[in-house]
Design a protein around this ligand. Structure first.
Ligand SMILES: [Zn+2]
Length: 145
């Protein structure tokens, strides 16, 4: 079985590389700033994570939430660890917005506000905006405590 996360090169999406996890910008930016924190080793069941892996995941999550609060001030965060499609431990951080946000001239409207984040439309922002967003998140990442 070929695991898509084990073979993927995340250099385009990468925000931060920790000891055990990578923080990556999600391809679909319907929820502005959505990211995935992906375990660097292949593991299918999160209850088998080691204590140090769990500790780093929590620290990275706290830091990412701080970054997005400063950048876009989301009204809520959803955290999802599902494993339905890719059986490689990863956490989705899905910022939720009660009102419209704009970034780089693009409008972001959370039509699902108050409801489950799924289903949501395909929402691929232009490559230039994607890279700009990634780079700005990195700048904030290096700034927050
Ligand atoms: Zn894997």
């Amino acid at each position: 079985m070929i695991c898509p996360f084990c073979k993927q090169d995340f250099s385009r999406e990468l925000i931060h590389e920790g000891d055990y996890w990578r923080v990556t910008l999600h391809e679909n930016q319907y929820y502005l700033g959505r990211c995935m924190i992906i375990l660097k080793r292949h593991l299918e069941d999160p209850i088998q994570l080691s204590r140090v892996e769990v500790e780093e995941l929590i620290n990275l999550t706290i830091k990412y939430v701080k970054v997005l609060r400063e950048m876009f001030n989301p009204n809520l965060f959803n955290y999802a660890m599902l494993g339905n499609i890719v059986r490689h431990v990863h956490l989705h951080i899905i910022p939720r917005y009660s009102s419209e946000r704009t970034y780089n001239g693009l409008k972001f409207i959370d039509e699902n506000w108050g409801k489950h984040y799924y289903p949501y439309p395909e929402f691929k922002i232009p490559e230039e905006s994607f890279r700009k967003l990634r780079d700005e998140i990195k700048i904030y990442w290096n700034r927050v405590e």
